[in-house]
Design a protein around this ligand. Structure first.
Ligand code: SF4
Ligand code: SF4
Ligand code: SF4
Length: 444
């Protein structure tokens, strides 16, 4: 067991204990023993405390960190605000040593001292960089296969970069990679990097704050995401609680919101009731129902396809514009057909007919860095379409002719004679017809 201090902050225990529950479960599953430390206070919150007194801000934050340091531990926090405060304070007090000394003088009354030895990590950072996305993926028992997830990082997970250095502050990928590793498809949306706007609410600017929430939720909804995933309780508040307020005002927003640890815990096999997901203000039932449906779809697809390869292919999209067919007929988008399969629309794909535009030219396979390709998928889909009776007439007619004559075209004897070519020997069509007439019906 690896011992860690977890700094829950004020918001999670006070308002969202279900976030604490799922975070504790994931930490436990990953072999962490959470050491409970007495004496913590608010981190403190920078926007609310720092304008009144920088001294109070640095002293209170250093005191919180000194408690962890005294226990000889590192600290993980699931709150962006706490993370940002601690990162800023650590980075500031490393260089401003006179200020650190002055703070330590004050802390000595409680036999505390902050030297900056401990490591401060956000829960998302701990999962992706500390545990490793691959290790988390190896613990997944119920992948989020076929689900579309939008990610909201929240500003203080990534910025300011001089204090917080763990992912690109403008183009982050690590949380997305983790969500992809859980089996879901990450969807992009125009306001992905926009602040949640929740701080405006705390300043009494409720309408402006709701405008931020509305804008992002509308974007996410437009991309048909099944859920929005956040890594901060304040962002959760903005998108869950305040979305519920928008719903009460009859606004057309309905996006289930999940904290990252809830998503990970679900995919590791924990039940929604155990996690307290019914305590969210915006129901996560549509997400859970879709997840259940997708799991059933997956079982059905597994009878015909290597489903994990389909998922990887859909997530990749690298050769999406290289297919010679879609260059002349943009209505054929082979990766989107793979996406429809992953989303569980096997029957629609088979009945739709678009799959017959694949020429089985193997361009995608030759270009594919993973040697996955899509020709094999289309071949299998065509077989399924034929056995479901939804293949195109020319294919059925050609097969009938093949069964009867063993050839798909008769030699043009007059043209052959004109060119001095001898007549061809009789075909083996009758033999093929006899041969295949002995096959069971489903093999023919
Ligand atoms: S950032 Fe917010 S939740 Fe975290 S300790 Fe500070 S006030 Fe509390
Ligand atoms: S095999 Fe099919 S999907 Fe792949 S490039 Fe050729 S036509 Fe396109
Ligand atoms: S066939 Fe290969 S390159 Fe093309 S989208 Fe699929 S995995 Fe990516």
């Amino acid at each position: 067991m690896n011992d860690l201090a977890v700094f829950w902050g004020c918001t999670i225990p006070a308002r969202f204990p279900f976030i604490e529950k799922s975070t504790r479960l994931v930490l436990g599953d990953m072999g962490v023993r959470v050491r409970e430390l007495e004496g913590h206070t608010c981190c403190p919150e920078g926007v609310l405390v720092k304008p009144s007194s920088e001294r109070a801000f640095y002293t209170a934050a250093a005191r919180n960190l000194a408690i962890v340091e005294k226990a000889g531990l590192d600290v993980v926090t699931p709150c962006n605000g706490c993370y940002s405060t601690f990162k800023e304070v650590s980075s500031h007090l490393i260089t401003h040593w006179r200020e650190r000394d002055a703070i330590n003088d004050r802390l000595s009354a409680e036999d505390l001292r902050y030297d900056g030895r401990l490591k401060v990590t956000h829960f998302a950072e701990w999962l992706t960089d500390g545990i490793g996305t691959g290790v988390v993926a190896s613990r997944i028992t119920r992948p989020l296969w076929g689900l579309r997830i939008a990610v909201h990082h929240g500003c203080h997970l990534l910025r300011p970069q001089p204090a917080v250095r763990w992912d690109d502050p403008l183009h982050p990928r690590k949380v997305e990679e983790l969500v992809t590793a859980l089996g879901a498809r990450v969807v992009d949306y125009p306001t992905r990097m926009q602040c949640c706007g929740g701080a405006l609410d705390r300043m009494g600017e409720r309408e402006s704050s709701l405008a931020f929430a509305r804008r992002k939720l509308t974007d996410v909804q437009r991309e048909e995401a099944d859920a929005l995933v956040v890594v901060c309780p304040s962002c959760f508040q903005q998108f869950d609680l305040n979305q519920a307020a928008l719903q009460r005002a009859k606004e057309d927003v309905n996006v289930p919101v999940l904290y990252l640890s809830e998503l990970v815990a679900l995919s590791m096999g924990h039940e929604p009731e155990e996690l307290g997901l019914d305590m969210h203000r915006v129901s996560v039932e549509p997400f859970l129902e879709k997840w259940g449906d997708r799991q059933a779809d997956r079982v059905r697809l597994e009878a015909f396809f290597d489903v994990s390869l389909l998922g990887r292919c859909y997530a990749c999209q690298a050769c999406k514009d290289d297919c010679p067919v879609c260059k002349v007929d943009p209505s054929f988008q082979p990766t989107e057909i793979v996406g429809d399969l992953v989303r569980g629309h096997l029957d629609d794909v088979i009945a739709g007919g678009g799959l017959w535009k694949c020429l089985e030219c193997y361009t995608c396979q030759e270009l594919c860095h993973s040697r996955i390709g899509m020709a094999g998928t289309f071949r299998k889909l065509k077989e399924l379409a034929m056995s479901a009776g939804s293949g195109p007439d020319p294919v059925s007619a050609a097969y009938r002719q093949f069964l009867e004559a063993g050839v798909l075209g008769k030699p043009k004897e007059s043209a052959r004679r004109k060119l001095g070519l001898d007549p061809l020997p009789p075909t083996g069509g009758d033999a093929v017809a006899r041969l295949l007439s002995n096959e069971p019906e489903e093999e023919r």
